[in-house]
Ligand binder design. Structure first.
Ligand SMILES: Nc1ncnc2c1ncn2[C@@H]1O[C@H](COP(=O)(O)OP(=O)(O)O)[C@@H](O)[C@H]1O
Ligand SMILES: [Mg+2]
Length: 528
């Protein structure tokens, strides 16, 4: 099973042994009375939330409780998040005693209070804790109430002899909560409350690496030196392979060499691998990397393509200069001066653009700038004009590559598809309203087909509504690619195509309407 839409825990959770250990150590220190705070940093979808949830699952039991809040849960982010946090804490701490969710009841304050009054645990709490809890659904958001809500977890844990881990995900969003008439800056408030807590440990995480690193390491920050930084990065090769090969049912097993190639191309982001794995394992065919990448990454509606489209909009917006900078880095790692030349700007401007692209770009020790995410780079190259040839360059053999390049030069868009949707053809080439199936042959003319496979090809073209041609590219030769007209095929003990079937101008051939859907004729037709 591949899991692509929720964080992974339990048996599906892979890798991350050291990271889990570090989180477990922090939990241990909390139990021992000297809580350690952790900042989990890493790009989106790298597995930060999964790591935390899995660590919490493993530590479950005893007097350790766990609460998680995600700043993206309620948008736009506001100080109300502190109220929902306190309600979640109540649920974690009192929930077992109440068998109902106080967070859910908070919208109906009378029911909320009624539920609390039935709880013996609640009744035994100190008076000021009880009044904070009772007022929680309705009290206005202001500095004094915020402070009480932030201290509530510590008070509850103290009263009930518990320990709590409070995880704040996408923490960077809290740094920019817009103020109302009297703006309240949340981070200093959090810091001043949290630093006195002994029974609660804090974990923050988020994808804005630079911002969060600054938050926990800069001298002027309220959180200076309060957090231990835990970096979450891509999977190493063996773990990527394990994710792919272990995720499929035995009948659709994904071979190791395919998995290794996937890791080389996409890198070790577990989310990308899960999405790819899902595509590889779908359908009744043998897993095909060409088809799976064609479906997920190199396709306008593919799951990874849509994800990257969104990332791209977030990064670039309408700034064409940033778009050009990204594009130039997608081609190859570059020096600043090279980026400047590529985009026609001064080095100074190029430096600014690179800066604005933030965590998407890394600056290596060799002085070269490159994209942080190789899969994003592939997608960027693919969506450039003429870029539909990129998948064939990456995944095709020499013949397929040359055929694809030739077609791209003529303005075709190229697609790899699953066998079910491409029949006997290797490639689909699209230009305007024309859909052309391409069968690539890696041998010298004349080409020979047995009647059965020829007929299958013709029938597939009919069924798919495509025209088709055979592209001949003998191995190792630098001869130009020849496109051969199926209507000029000769039948005698099988079907053959020779030089006379060559189409001198494929675009003209297409425009003319071509032959009747590639059904072979007995006699040779005159060349078109
Ligand atoms: N340790 C892991 N093992 C297997 N898959 C994982 C693991 N971590 C993450 N994933 C995959 O990546 C996706 C994103 O993980 P998530 O923890 O939500 O990332 P983040 O919080 O960094 O955005 C998950 O839905 C899952 O498909
Ligand atoms: Mg997350």
């Amino acid at each position: 099973m591949f899991t692509t839409s929720v964080p992974v825990t339990g048996p599906g959770f892979l890798d991350r042994r050291d990271e889990l250990q570090r989180v477990a150590d922090a939990f241990e220190r909390l139990r021992a009375g000297s809580p350690q705070w952790i900042a989990i940093l890493g790009p989106r979808k790298i597995g930060k939330t999964s790591l935390l949830l899995e660590a919490a699952r493993r530590a479950r039991g005893g007097a350790l409780r766990f609460v998680a809040i995600d700043a993206f849960e309620v948008l736009p982010v506001s100080l109300e998040i502190v109220r929902s946090y306190a309600l979640k804490v109540l649920d974690v701490v009192l929930g077992p005693d109440l068998a109902t969710s106080l967070e859910a009841l908070a919208a109906r304050p009378a029911d909320y209070r009624a539920a609390l009054l039935q709880s013996p645990v609640f009744s035994a709490l100190p008076a000021e804790v009880r009044s904070t809890v009772i007022e929680l659904p309705e009290a206005p958001v202001e500095p004094a109430t915020l402070r009480r809500w932030l201290d509530l977890p510590e008070r509850l844990c103290h009263a009930l002899d518990l320990h709590l881990v409070a995880a704040w995900d996408e923490f960077q969003e809290l740094l920019a909560i817009p103020g109302g008439r009297r703006p309240i800056d949340l981070p200093p408030l959090l810091r001043s409350a949290w630093q006195h807590h002994q029974r609660v440990a804090y974990v923050i995480s988020g994808s804005a690496r630079t911002t969060l690193t600054e938050l926990v390491t800069a001298r002027h920050s309220p959180f200076f030196q309060h957090f231990a930084v835990l970096d979450v990065g891509p999977f190493p090769r063996e773990e990527s392979v394990r994710l792919l090969t272990g995720g499929a049912e035995p009948a659709r097993a994904i071979p190791v060499n395919l998995a290794e190639r996937a890791h080389e191309l996409l890198g070790g982001n577990p989310f990308y691998l899960q999405v790819l794995g899902e595509a590889l394992a779908a359908g009744n065919e043998e897993p095909s990397l060409k088809a799976a990448l064609g479906e997920t990454l190199f396709s306008r509606t593919g799951r990874l393509a849509l994800y990257f489209e969104n990332e791209y909009q977030r990064l670039v917006g309408r700034a064409t200069t940033l778009a050009a900078t990204l594009q130039s880095l997608a081609v190859a790692p570059r020096r600043l001066t090279e980026i400047a030349t590529a985009i026609g700007a001064s080095s100074g401007s190029a430096a600014q653009y690179v800066d604005r692209l933030g965590d998407a770009v890394v600056h290596g020790e060799d002085g070269l700038y490159s994209l942080a995410d190789p899969a994003f780079g592939l997608w960027l190259r693919w969506r450039e004009p003429g870029g539909t040839v990129v998948p064939m360059k990456l995944l095709g053999d020499e013949a397929e590559r040359r055929v694809a390049e030739e077609l791209a030069r003529m303005g075709f868009e190229l697609v790899y598809q699953s066998r079910a949707s491409r029949g006997a053809f290797d490639l689909l080439a699209i230009r305007g309203t024309h859909q052309l199936g391409i069968q690539v042959k890696r041998s010298a003319l004349p080409l020979r087909f047995d009647t059965a496979s020829w007929n299958r090809m013709a029938a597939d073209a009919e069924r798919l509504g495509w025209r088709f041609v055979v592209a001949a590219q003998p191995p190792g030769e630098r001869e130009p690619v020849l496109f051969l007209d199926p209507a000029a095929a000769r039948r005698s003990r099988g079907v053959s195509l020779d030089h006379e079937a060559a189409i001198p101008n494929l675009l003209a051939w297409l425009g003319e309407g071509g032959p009747a859907r590639g059904r072979p004729r007995k006699r040779r037709l005159s060349a078109r």
